[in-house]
Design a protein around this ligand. Sequence first.
Ligand code: UDP
Ligand code: MG
Length: 318
Amino acid sequence: MKLVSIVVPMYNEEEMAPIFLKEVSAVMSSLKDYNFEIVAVNDGSKDNTLDILKSSLKDYPNLVIVNLSRNFGHESALHAGLINARGDAVIPMDADLQDPPSLIIELIKKWEEGYDVVNAKRKSRDEDTRFKRGTAELFYKLINKLSPKVKIPENVANFRLIDRKALDVVLSLSEKSRVFRVEVPFVGFRVGEVLFSRPKRDKGYSKYNTKAMVNLAIDSTISLTNRPLEWCIGWTATMGIITVLSIISEIVIAILLALDVLSFSWMYMLIWLIVNIVLIVGCVLMVQLSIMSLYLAKNIVETRNRPDVIVREVIRKE
Ligand code: UDP
Ligand code: MG
């Protein structure tokens, strides 16, 4: 029988942990054709999450606890869980039941249709505050504009099913600054989707404040694309054109002044000259910055050391 792992990072989830285990186990027992394990990662909780998980071991024999040495944050906790999951497919979920356990059935159904990754996509963001909805929309628009090849699916968080072969490639990425929802689209494979409405958190509190969201957006962008570094070249070119036009104009006007065709204050010409000198110095610096950006971008690619190509399968005549 195939094994499916549910990976759930938990930080101060003492209220949600027992409810989560109960709800997920109920769904599991309705799926008789699969074995399941729940990999719960205690991300340095300061409340009783760990004790609750430990005492749940007797009721839930398929529970695996990964206890981190301190709080590392959602993405790192998820990674620790993924490393320890043994399933043929793995489903990361939040502990607060905002990722409805009933959707596990649909995710597995899609997986059996041959999809390697099945995204759980939110139907709408009506439940969110206007601020969260607006910033999320802007974020997806921006990041997908910056990245023409790898597209980040809108309104898909970590909740999805990922097949072992795609997960192994994700885990083989050696970078330290990880964003799961960007790594999965990067590795590609055959991607399907199921839709769901995201309920509000049942108990406990959200650990994502605005600062954490901004950090996630920055990490996602840097992990996906070097485009912002390349902008420097465009700005340099624009500034170069402005500088050349300004210098040519000043020379032409200076000649016309010398020929008495124009009457124009030499004082203005001096100020213009100073502006041109500043522009020239600026251009020299910008060229230097562009060169550095290019080297930095190449360096990021090399140090991140991602595979340059990923093969899903090789098909030959029998
Ligand atoms: N989480 C974690 N470590 C952290 C912060 C959050 O493991 O440092 C877990 C948290 O317990 C939950 C999931 O990540 O299971 C998502 O967090 P939360 O529900 O607070 O995020 P939101 O839904 O508000 O974006
Ligand atoms: Mg939540």
